[in-house]
Design a protein around this ligand. Structure first.
Ligand SMILES: [Zn+2]
Length: 429
């Protein structure tokens, strides 16, 4: 989706709606702003229900301070102004009190951003601003100081977080990524000790590039392909709303006939994807003008080795990832459904999907449909898109259950004898 042609008031409503519906702000908390080319600041109003905001509720603040609109601008307008004065490259600011980052703000620490590559790459440096009264000029100065030092995200002590960017999507993406990173840190700490990536590993992630592929213009689209595209778009949105995918992370692919499959594009906001954005790959060639997921070669390799696999998902769900970050075994023998869906989850070191994709293609099998790449992602294989989505959801529920069980007692796993019975009853080999 192209954001540059949308009016700032519409953009602010769109993104506030996303933040509210994802549970990252309360009805009254949080404020967003955009600085336009004329130097006007468009900002969300004070004391209006963030769940039902409309474009007419947004305030326009002229450079001379005149306010146009039916409400008063957010009380945090002073720090938004200060951030724009401090960094000319900044055109949008997001502020809210999302639960996991507020936990960090209470400890007066920032979450570790080097436990998976994305936060480290997307956000960069995270600062901490000393506590001050909301809406005060002093708070604005403390935030601006960190922004001046090059931070794109600042945790406010006993308050919340501020992120900024060259457009509202970038500022939102940093906000969403940092909150997710805070959740990841918290779940990892509940489970064990999080392991950070080394400089070399982060450098490897930074170098991850798009595959070089020839291009073709499709002569036609079969009904089967159109149906697969439709289903993929629906499941991507569902995965996003279930926090299995984030705005720019999470990939599905679906095999068509022969050496042909469709796959999610890279660098596009998952929330607004349509059927036309999905990329077809035929015999190693990509649909002209499109950018398939950077993991496209891994998908192809898995399809070539396993005729029974029809669909693949690569995702980053918080609770499953905590197992990869603490290097803990994710044992699916919790309830029969988890075992049947997940079987034996394989774990491989960080970098394997990038450096040795054939190793992952070798590892997956009907008895090991899931592979957890440490500090990176969960790879799910299945017989259809729905099957992959189902496994992904079951894996995240299982991981969440295992983490929460720790606070009430020792989890008793299904025994080998019971596993044998399940295998017989459900014809599992
Ligand atoms: Zn606030």
């Amino acid at each position: 989706m192209k954001f540059e042609l949308l009016h700032p008031a519409d953009l602010l409503v769109m993104f506030m709606d996303r933040i509210y519906s994802m549970g990252m702000t309360t009805m009254s908390g949080g404020n967003l702003s955009i600085l336009d080319e004329e130097g006007d600041i468009w900002i969300t109003p004070s004391g209006v229900d963030k769940g039902t905001l409309t474009r007419n509720d947004i305030c326009q603040v002229k450079p001379d301070g005149t306010v146009i609109g039916k409400y008063r601008p957010s009380v945090e307008l002073p720090f938004h102004k200060k951030v724009y004065e401090t960094r000319p490259d900044v055109r949008a600011v997001v502020h809210a009190h999302p639960p996991a980052l507020v936990s960090y703000s209470l400890t007066r620490k920032a979450p570790l951003t080097d436990i998976i590559p994305t936060p480290y790459i997307v956000i960069g440096k995270v600062g901490i601003a000393k506590y001050d009264v909301p809406g005060s000029v002093k708070l604005g100065e403390k935030i601006a100081q960190k922004i001046r030092e090059g931070c794109n995200a600042v945790v406010l002590e006993n308050h919340g977080v501020v992120t900024c960017g060259e457009d509202i999507f970038t500022a939102f993406q940093r906000f969403e990524t940092l909150e997710c990173c805070a959740e990841l840190n918290i779940q990892s700490h509940l489970l064990g000790t999080p392991v950070s990536l080394t400089e070399e590993q982060l450098e490897l992630a930074r170098r991850k590039s798009e595959a070089m592929m020839g291009e073709f213009i499709p002569a036609y689209y079969t009904s089967e392909e159109c149906e697969a595209r439709r289903q993929m778009v629906n499941l991507i949105k569902r995965a996003y709303s279930r926090k299995l995918f984030s705005s720019t992370q999470g990939t599905f692919s679906q095999r068509l006939k022969g050496d042909s499959f469709i796959i999610t594009p890279t660098g596009e906001d998952r929330f607004y994807l349509t059927e036309a954005d999905i990329v077809r790959v035929d015999n190693g060639w990509k649909e002209a003008g499109k950018r398939p997921s950077r993991s496209v070669l891994l998908h192809r390799m898995i399809y070539q080795k396993h005729p029974e696999i029809k669909s693949i998902a690569i995702a980053y769900p918080v609770n499953v990832m905590a197992f990869g970050i603490t290097r803990t075994e994710l044992d699916a023998r919790t309830i029969p459904e988890s075992y049947i869906m997940m079987r034996n989850v394989q774990r491989v070191p960080f970098g394997t999907s990038q450096l040795e994709p054939e190793k992952i293609a070798d590892l997956v099998s009907p008895s090991a449909p899931l592979v957890l790449v440490e500090n990176d992602s969960l790879i799910v294989t299945g017989k259809s898109l729905l099957d992959c989505f189902d496994k992904l959801e079951v894996a995240e529920f299982t991981a969440k259950t295992l983490i929460s069980t720790r606070s009430i007692g020792q989890a008793v796993k299904i025994s080998d004898e019971e596993v044998k019975e399940i295998n017989e009853a459900f014809n599992i080999t």
